[in-house]
Design a protein around this ligand. Structure first.
Ligand code: ZN
Ligand code: ZN
Length: 384
């Protein structure tokens, strides 16, 4: 049985919910209409234990049957500030410059499908906590919900979530213990030197030459300071200075990101980053002003819960349940849940499609019922 038969019946209505969310994308913490629609659908399934406004626009619903553990299932609801280019699609975004380019419309729909099924069948003992989370895209909605008391009000024994993956064969469920996505720290550096005529460099402290040196030197943190068996990425993604071809400017700005799976490597990278940037600037008599921001932690799946989830995945997709997909350097705020509650974050193959955050991306509707069946299966298996 590739998917739960009852959930297969929902394909048409789930597709219509997904298209509604796709047409009406909302950015981080502005998911007002999205959460209204989520609540409306949950109520139509007969689910009335619903709390709104956790983490600003988050929604939490509880399904309860008998006595048992409590399993959390989470989906994200926010869209991205991207102008959609899927002009051939009838359900393309109606909000100009906003788009579901990461498939959170699909994630929300898959959790709603599981909610409808579980509320109908009640083939479990315990509680299923349905978490509809805002602001995954850079604004830490998971953290906001936790800080708003989510886990105190709704104690959860285990938590599960899922993200679609373009390029991964349609319907594959990739479930594995250990690091799956990276931590993402961000930095901005202002290099303050001294401006001068472009023909008289000795009168300057040239922030551009200094900046070029900084950019070269921080790459050596990866190649010479970090254990080669560990994973570390340091990317300078912007470098701006000056606006005339005969003027050495006073300052330069650069910004970028640091990615890793292991927090010790992250600490090492941060310490060396400050040392190398400051000493490189000192060598040029320039001054560095560093703004370093810790971002999402690494997403690290727990051993036991990954095994449980893999077993549930096998029941749904058989040999398409895979524990052999390499981790990625992207980041995901489900990591905040995994720091508090044992759990597992899976990937579901979206098939061949434009990549995430691309203006031509679209969620694959044919995986909706697979994802829903997987979530429902986890709840049933863990609360059997
Ligand atoms: Zn995204
Ligand atoms: Zn996403």
């Amino acid at each position: 049985m590739p998917i739960k038969n009852r959930i297969a019946d929902f394909q048409k209505e789930m597709t219509s919910w997904r298209h509604y969310f796709h047409e009406n994308p909302e950015l981080a913490y502005k998911e007002v209409n999205t959460s209204r629609k989520v609540v409306e659908l949950l109520k139509s399934f007969g689910i009335n234990n619903i709390e709104e406004g956790i983490g600003k626009t988050g929604v939490v619903a509880t399904l309860e049957n008998g006595i048992g553990k409590s399993i959390g299932l989470r989906a994200d609801m926010d869209a991205l500030p991207i102008l959609e280019e899927n002009n051939d699609k009838k359900y393309r975004s109606k909000a100009i410059g906003k788009m579901h380019a990461c498939g959170h419309d699909g994630h929300t729909t898959m959790l709603l499908g599981a909610a409808k099924y579980l509320s109908e069948t009640k083939n479990f003992n315990g509680k299923v906590i349905l978490i509809f989370q805002p602001a995954e895209e850079g604004f830490a909605g998971a953290k906001a919900m936790i800080e708003d008391g989510l886990l105190d009000k709704y104690p959860i024994d285990e938590i599960y979530g899922m993200h679609n993956m373009p390029g991964l064969e349609e319907g594959i469920l990739a479930v594995e213990a250990g690091p799956r996505l990276a931590a993402a720290d961000n930095f901005e550096v202002e290099i303050i030197g001294k401006g001068a005529h472009g023909a008289m460099p000795s009168n300057s402290i040239d922030p551009i030459v200094c900046g070029a040196s900084v950019i070269q030197n921080i790459q050596h943190i990866v190649s010479r300071n970090s254990d080669p068996k560990e994973t570390l990425v340091i990317t300078v993604a912007s470098f701006n200075s000056g606006d005339a071809n005969n003027v050495i400017p006073k300052s330069a700005k650069l910004s970028g990101t640091i990615r890793y799976y292991n927090n010790q490597i992250g600490e090492l990278a941060k310490k060396r980053f400050f040392d190398v940037v400051n000493s490189s600037c000192e060598a040029f008599n320039a001054k560095a002003v560093i703004d370093f921001k810790k971002g999402y932690p690494p997403t690290v799946n727990h051993e036991k819960q990954s095994k449980f989830a893999l077993n549930s995945a096998k029941k749904i997709v058989g040999s398409k349940a895979s524990a052999h997909q390499k981790p990625m350097m992207g980041s995901e705020d489900f990591s905040y849940f995994l720091k508090k509650v044992p759990g597992c974050f899976a990937w579901i193959g979206n098939g061949e499609s434009a990549s995430l955050h691309n203006p031509k991306y679209d969620f694959n509707d044919s995986i909706l019922t697979i994802g829903s069946s997987f979530l429902a299966s986890i709840a049933e298996d863990r609360l059997s």
